[in-house]
Design a protein around this ligand. Structure first.
Ligand SMILES: Cc1cc2nc3c(=O)[nH]c(=O)nc-3n(C[C@H](O)[C@H](O)[C@H](O)COP(=O)(O)O)c2cc1C
Length: 353
């Protein structure tokens, strides 16, 4: 962290030891994002659209639009609409296997989006260069230390490390282990944001102490008042506890599917049936492996829409992380961020004694 960043941080106006310590620990991440606080709201397909993204950014955090399977035109409109609701920085999350990735990158550049988050695998050839040429910073996910080093060599600007406690698509390793493995090695080289299972500010303080530049939360923001998620989806979150958020199971060893963490419901059985159907098509030679995997991903997008937008929380996919038990009410995004900050400040304040 440079002295300039520390001096530019809100630390100068902090009134408690905890506030000052938190501002100092968040200064690098906040400067990187262009925000007041180093809290990113992870992109969530169907949930992270203009309303939630603008509310997070207006509250001093960093909202990220989930492009998911959006067309180029839809993303264009979503960015324009978000810009109409906030003049604060926000990012766009693009999925690397999107067939129109380069055109989506162009749209971000035309709008002057400052940060592009690439999710879903290694960035395809030319994509990092195109994002940078458009003037944006690139943030990537790194599932292992080796891959993180490779991404750093290829010129990315920041990393998110996300543990298996998270909602949505997950890797096999917990956040606490990833943080211990990666932060000491990487945090001097570039800003690293920690994600997965963060529900309270005390955890934020802990990861900042370990060298994180900031954090990314998804589950905790789903029930923000500004989130357009269906009332049934929000109710399911408020009722659920940590152990209701389970990872999907791979049915057929020949068909590797990335596990998804979601609330347990009848939709889990529908996914088993879908895997059986796709594995059957694979056996009969009707589809190739890449197409089979794409069919699985399309299934998730549809199932998530069914739950988030239509409110069918029984048969749709209610993607949620293990921190879901700490979601207890609907409240404005600004209140969620203020609460997280107060908890983190309190944790750091106590350390003074
Ligand atoms: C409902 C839901 C949908 C999500 N959709 C996406 C997505 O489209 N792209 C993505 O990169 N991550 C997605 N995520 C992951 C979040 O961006 C974020 O990294 C994650 O929620 C952080 O962990 P947490 O849920 O424990 O806070 C999703 C998470 C949830 C809960």
């Amino acid at each position: 962290m440079t002295d300039t960043l520390v001096a530019a941080s809100p630390a100068t106006t902090a009134s408690t030891v905890g506030e000052e310590r938190l501002a100092r620990r968040m200064a690098r991440g906040a400067a990187f994002l262009g925000t007041d606080v180093a809290i990113m709201a992870g992109a969530m397909s169907w949930v992270s659209e203009r309303h939630l993204v603008a509310a997070i950014s207006n509250a001093g955090g960093f909202g990220v639009i989930a492009c998911g399977a959006m067309t180029v035109d839809l993303l264009d409109r979503e960015i324009a609409a978000t810009k109409a609701m906030t003049d604060k920085p926000f990012g766009v999350n693009l999925i690397t296997m999107h067939p129109d990735l380069m055109a989506l990158i162009d749209v971000c550049a035309r709008h002057g989006v400052g940060h592009v988050v690439l999710a879903g695998g290694l960035p395809p050839k030319g994509s990092l260069e195109a994002i940078k040429a458009g003037g944006a910073k690139v943030i990537c996910f790194a599932p292992t230390l080796a891959l993180a080093k490779k991404l750093i060599r290829s010129g990315i600007d920041a990393l998110v490390i996300e543990g298996m406690e998270a909602g949505g698509h997950i890797g096999p390793v917990s956040t606490s282990v990833l943080a211990q493995e990666m932060l000491p090695e990487l945090s001097e080289q570039l800003p690293v944001f920690v994600a997965g299972g963060i529900g309270r500010g005390e955890a934020i303080a802990g990861y900042l102490d370990m060298g994180a530049a900031g954090v990314q939360l998804g589950t905790r923001f789903v029930c923000a008042t500004e989130s357009i998620a269906h009332a049934n989806f929000k109710k399911a979150f408020i009722r659920a506890s940590a152990r209701d958020a389970v990872a999907s199971v791979q049915l057929d060893p020949r068909l590797p599917v990335i596990p998804v963490r979601a609330l347990r419901n009848a939709g889990g059985e529908l996914f088993t049936a879908k895997q059986r159907e796709v594995a059957g098509h694979l056996d009969e030679g009707r589809v190739a492996m890449a197409e089979a995997q794409l069919q699985i991903e399309h299934y998730w997008a549809g199932a998530l829409r069914r739950a988030v937008i239509d409110g069918d929380v029984e048969h749709g996919s209610v993607m949620a992380g293990q921190s879901v038990g700490m979601v207890t009410k609907e409240e404005p995004a600004a209140a969620i961020i203020a609460e997280l900050m107060a908890e983190a400040e309190h944790a750091l304040d106590k350390r003074a004694g």
